[in-house]
Design a protein around this ligand. Structure first.
Ligand SMILES: [Zn+2]
Length: 330
């Protein structure tokens, strides 16, 4: 999703403060042995982790940044630094098992090949199985010399508390729209498109760039049109489910959750309305099905979601006019 941006060479505009803090900690020999980088997808957590790894492995740091020209920086650029171990699931949605963590621990117990830091990047840490998390705990409890473990997570509650509590935690939040727009405008000459993609990415710059690059913002507009149609009884749940077949299911569920969260905030002033929260749970459950290896039947799941959503809209109409709000969206 991030492509060339993985060649992290300087702090992103919305991360400058936290970057300054951590880079100073490195310079003052106060680098924590484990850092948990937490926050929603699309805020640049992985970019930050890469930049930090590069900074730690650079031999000639200049002004809180890696020099870009030393052997450490060169090895990072070609993606082949022997002292950086990256642990990721084989595929998105798959888990990181105990075997991967054991291999990692073995590597971290050896001496650094380049004589500096040994770094592990676990991305995302919430895909560790419980057994893998427990195995990692040993390494977190007994850190060796110049070793640090960087963990990224957008679903931090999935990590056992024992792991979380042993990490220095950095929380990434959505930047101000001025900062994000300025950043995304580098990639499009169309300022109104920059605003539009940023809005549908809920203000998350990297996600907005991804939508821009893949033209996925068009799919989101289409998807919200289908939600509108179903809520107004103008479109059938079956047709809406058919539309979903051609798209990324997990992404669509996330859009639905965001859509619902916005409605709850705007129209219900964050009041607790049980039918809405039951539907919320349904979407979370669907998200887990799509993420699981169980190979669910997407058409059936989407039909159920849209039928339930239509029932919800029926119930809600007595309290507020959701269909009017939905009209505005289409
Ligand atoms: Zn360097």
């Amino acid at each position: 999703m991030i492509g060339d941006f993985m060649q992290a060479s300087e702090a992103l505009s919305w991360q400058r403060n936290i970057w300054g803090e951590i880079a100073r900690q490195v310079d003052n020999n106060r680098m924590p042995h484990a850092i948990l980088l937490e926050g929603s997808a699309g805020l640049g957590k992985l970019y930050f982790a890469r930049l930090l790894a590069k900074y730690l492995l650079c031999r000639n740091r200049i002004g809180l940044l890696p020099c870009g020209g030393c052997k450490g920086c060169d090895l990072m650029r070609v993606g082949n630094h022997p002292d950086l171990s990256i642990v990721e699931p084989e595929k998105v949605g798959k888990s990181i098992g105990i075997g991967d963590v054991r291999k990692l621990s073995d590597r971290l117990n050896k001496t650094a090949q380049q004589g500096g830091w040994k770094i592990a990047l676990i991305n995302p840490a919430d895909s560790l199985t419980l057994q893998a998390s427990n195995a990692l705990l040993k390494t977190l409890e007994e850190p060796t010399g110049d070793t640090t473990i960087l963990l990224t997570s957008q679903f931090v509650w999935r990590l056992p508390n024992t792991v979380r509590s042993r990490c220095h935690r950095i929380l990434f939040t959505t930047p101000s729209s001025n900062i994000s727009i300025k950043w995304i405008e580098q990639f499009t000459k169309n300022p109104s498109l920059a605003r539009e993609v940023l809005e549908i990415a809920d203000g998350r710059p990297f996600l907005a760039k991804y939508f821009l690059d893949t033209k996925m913002y068009r799919q989101r507009v289409e998807f919200e049109k289908w939600i509108g149609r179903v809520s107004r009884f103008e479109g059938s749940p079956l047709d809406a489910a058919r539309f979903c077949q051609r798209n990324d299911h997990v992404q669509l569920v996330e859009w639905f959750l965001t859509y619902l969260a916005k409605r709850v905030k705007q129209d219900l002033a964050n009041k607790c309305v049980p039918p809405v929260f039951i539907f919320y749970d349904k979407l979370f459950q669907a998200r887990n099905w799509f993420l699981s290896k169980a190979n669910p039947n997407p058409q059936l799941i989407w039909e159920e979601i849209f039928f339930d959503f239509r029932t919800l809209c029926q119930k809600m109409d007595s309290q507020l006019d959701w269909s009017t709000n939905a009209t505005k969206l289409s």
